[in-house]
Design a protein around this ligand. Structure first.
Ligand code: GDD
Ligand code: MG
Length: 369
């Protein structure tokens, strides 16, 4: 028997976390904070995945960082707060998904046959990680991919499998995906398969490594599980993920205590007694919701202010930003320190950049008209 196999039930498992992307579709929220650190149901988005990985037997995680690398160490330190041993490996220039895995693997301690969990850092997934690892061991696979079903596979890696569960193709972001079964961004790699990735250049797992290994007849299998799954790639998905965590539709040990599953109010949040905060909303540290305001399915970052009577639905309000009385938000993103002056009605995905001050508008939204 191999003595250094990771990933068998009850044994110690190592992981690599991919967190080097820029999160451009989530701007302006990601201008100051990388997507994996955005406060989601009161804690950094990543914390949900980290605590789930810990519960599945992962004890050591190597963060593959690039964009704003130092902020990850500030947020998670050595990992001891979460019962994890966290190490950081930073790319001078982004190396692509597989290049990042190869680069980070220098910090692994397990042997060549061990299973190594690899996680995209922008996913909320309720799937059973331990069952995926067990499936990998049972199949004696080189790589085991978590696969899930979506309505529209064009934004994802489309991954058809045969009746035995073997992956037969990997088609990343195409206009005509062969199947709606997609790569859900959580892999188990045999350590020796990582060692075969070139170490001296940018390499994409999706466009190069997976197709090339398939052509070389490597054993790549699908672990199909249709648990809660969300790619937190857009403001609408971010709001949905945060609210689903608060409402318990996605379960995570990292969610703070809620108010009857309706809301999370963080330390020092002030909510007027006649204000309504509901449908999974989060009110950040020191944020304020004034008299008669309504906050539904929304995320207020720390020290945000919503003035009296304002209605906020399906929106994000950045740090220290203010929405003045007489304004309203529906499906809007307000950057840090921005001000929405009285009378402005922002909807339909509108995004206000950090620090922008929208003056009071002459055309006022009024419920009395
Ligand atoms: N360290 C590092 N270096 N990390 C990177 C780099 C890099 O150069 N490029 C991307 N990442 C990280 C991102 O931060 C993210 O956590 C993960 O790798 C995936 O990159 P995305 O840019 O988010 O890819 P995507 O969402 O378009 O597509 C990927 O995820 C889908 C599932 O959400 C692909 O893996 C698809 O096949 C998959 O379906
Ligand atoms: Mg992504």
């Amino acid at each position: 028997m191999l003595s250094r196999r990771c990933g068998r039930g009850g044994e110690r498992l190592e992981a690599i976390l991919l967190v080097g992307g820029q999160g451009t579709r989530l701007r302006p929220l990601t201008i100051s904070t990388p997507k994996p650190l955005l406060p989601t149901a009161g804690v950094p988005l990543l914390e949900h995945q980290l605590t789930r990985a810990r519960a599945a037997g992962v004890h050591r995680i190597v963060f593959a960082t690039s964009y704003r690398a130092e902020m990850f160490a500030d947020a998670f330190g050595d990992g001891s707060r979460l019962g994890l041993d966290i190490t950081y490996v930073t790319e001078d220039e982004p190396l692509g998904t597989a290049g990042a895995i190869r680069n980070a693997s220098a910090a692994l301690t397990c042997g060549p046959d061990a299973g190594v969990l690899v996680l995209n850092g922008d996913i909320l997934s309720g799937h059973d990680i331990a069952a995926q690892v067990a499936a990998h061991e049972k199949a004696e696979a080189d790589i085991t991919l978590h696969l899930t079903l979506v309505d529209d596979a064009r934004r994802y890696g489309s991954v058809p499998t045969d009746e035995a569960g073997r992956v037969i193709a990997f088609v990343e972001k195409s206009a005509n995906p062969p199947t709606n079964q997609i790569n859900a961004g959580c892999y188990v790699f045999r350590r020796s398969a990582i060692d075969q990735i070139p170490s001296d250049r940018v390499v994409s797992a999706e466009y190069e490594t997976f197709p090339e290994l398939l052509a070389a007849k490597a054993t790549i299998v699908g672990y199909v599980e249709a648990a809660y799954w969300l790619d937190v790639g857009t403001p609408a998905a971010f709001v949905q993920g945060s609210c689903d965590l608060v409402r318990g539709r996605m379960s995570s040990p990292a969610v703070p205590p809620t108010v009857d599953g309706r809301a999370v109010l963080l330390a020092g949040a002030e909510v007027a007694s006649d204000a309504i905060v509901s449908d999974g909303a989060t009110v950040g540290v020191g944020a304020r919701v004034e008299a008669g305001a309504t906050i539904e399915s929304s995320v207020l970052f720390d020290e945000a202010v919503v003035e009296a009577g304002v209605r906020v639905s399906r929106s994000v309000i950045g740090k220290r930003a203010r929405v003045c009385a007489g304004a309203m938000l529906d499906d809007a993103v307000i950057g840090d320190d921005a001000v929405v002056g009285p009378g402005n009605e922002l909807r339909g995905g509108l995004r206000l950049w950090p620090g922008v001050e929208l003056p009071a508008t002459a055309v006022r939204f009024s419920a009395d008209r």
